[in-house]
Design a protein around this ligand. Structure first.
Ligand code: ALA
Length: 372
């Protein structure tokens, strides 16, 4: 039974062949970037440079030195959150944040950092803007907002929130974990953007990006060797070196560069028709509730089956050869906000590899599970 993979919001399983090829080549040829003038060191430096350039192109950035290579989105978010918070600060977050935002903020409570959650109805973009606008009238030090909910595919109006933050000079962080590669991103816009390489950018796991806005800077989260300025006991004050201590993941960067090149070449038009068809078909099944919106949703959706726990449904689908994710998706806050925390939801998410027949298979399997 061939596996139908619909867990692309967790990580995309099927990477374009050029990603494999680029990583294999890098593994065979790359030394330590910036750690020598020899050819292997130069090849690694080229791999990193090319990854930054590809990202700067996709995200319309005027300088690729502001593309910081991280281990994943969580690493980037920790860097940005811990770098921008100050003792006693109030931080606003949306009601749809992942634990990658909630937990770092929670860990800062010992410094008096206070998190205020702005819960709003699912798929209500105006309510999000209104809540942030209202809350920003108070004494706020930082805003963090996800670009796209990993549970519901809800695309939040981060550009409008960024405009409000900019007006008040309050820094902003966007968690672009689900949107990078699926929704346009302007890396020169006001916020710090954090994203993984391994989801819709089609890079390997262990890669991520932090896009620093023009004029932005952060303190390092980790200190160590950077290749240059070796006599200094402190980290360099320039990007990207300031935020990249230790030997780089050059094969990862090479794979991510190839993945981003693939996205730049092919776009992401595959996502909308697949989502539309899936929502239509699954909504027709009696006893299944689909969480959907015709406009502010991308590439993934959640559903519940009457009387059944989401993990049980996900396991039953897995037994039928369909990979989805049930439960709380490391985002209990999003589930609480949307009212789905008790039983969780089942989530299906698409990549460029999915076809309509995968949705037909999901629908058939679900019909079988519901009728049990
Ligand atoms: N955050 C990832 C997910 O949504 C892992 O599944």
């Amino acid at each position: 039974m061939p596996l139908i993979y619909l867990d692309n919001a967790a990580t995309t399983l099927h990477k374009p062949p050029e990603v494999w090829a680029a990583m294999q080549k890098a593994l065979a040829t790359c030394g330590g970037a910036g750690r020598g003038g020899h050819e292997p060191a130069q090849k690694a430096a080229d791999a990193l440079f090319s990854c930054r350039e590809e990202a700067a192109n996709l995200f319309h950035m005027s300088g690729s030195e502001r593309v910081v290579l991280t281990h994943n989105a969580t690493h980037a978010l920790n860097m940005a959150i811990k770098g921008l918070t100050r003792r006693g600060m109030t931080v606003l977050i949306s009601g749809y944040e992942h634990n990658a935002v909630v937990r770092p903020l929670k860990s800062l409570e010992y410094k008096g950092v206070r998190t205020v959650t702005l819960a709003t109805p699912l798929f209500d973009t105006e309510a999000v803007v209104q809540k942030f606008a209202e809350a920003l009238k108070g004494d706020v030090g930082l805003c963090v907002c996800t670009h796209m909910s990993n549970v519901f595919g809800f695309v939040l109006p981060v550009e409008r929130i960024a405009a409000l933050c900019k007006q008040k000079g309050i820094p902003m962080i966007v968690d672009a974990s689900q949107s990078a590669g699926l929704v346009p991103i302007d890396g020169d816009l006001y916020p710090y953007w954090c994203m993984p390489g391994h989801k819709s950018l089609y890079g390997p796991q262990g890669t991520g990006l932090l896009l620093v806005p023009p004029g932005g800077m952060l303190p390092p989260l980790t200190e160590g060797g950077t290749g240059g300025d070796s006599r200094s006991h402190i980290m360099p004050d320039y990007l990207p070196d300031r935020l990249e201590a230790g030997t780089h993941n050059a094969p990862g960067a090479a794979g991510l560069a190839a993945g981003i090149r693939f996205v730049r070449r092919n776009g992401y038009d595959y996502a909308d028709p697949l989502l539309k068809k899936a929502v239509e078909k699954v909504s027709e099944i009696k006893g299944v509730r689909v969480y959907s919106h015709p406009v502010c949703q991308k590439a993934l959706f959640s559903f519940t089956v009457e009387g059944k726990d989401s993990e049980t449904v996900a396991t039953a689908l897995s037994d039928r050869g369909i990979a989805v994710r049930g439960g709380l998706h490391c985002s209990p806050l999003a589930h609480t906000t949307a009212g789905t925390a008790a039983l969780g939801t089942v989530r299906a998410a698409f990549s460029y590899k999915n076809r309509e027949r995968d949705i037909d298979a999901l629908t058939r399997a679900l019909q079988g599970i519901v009728s049990l």
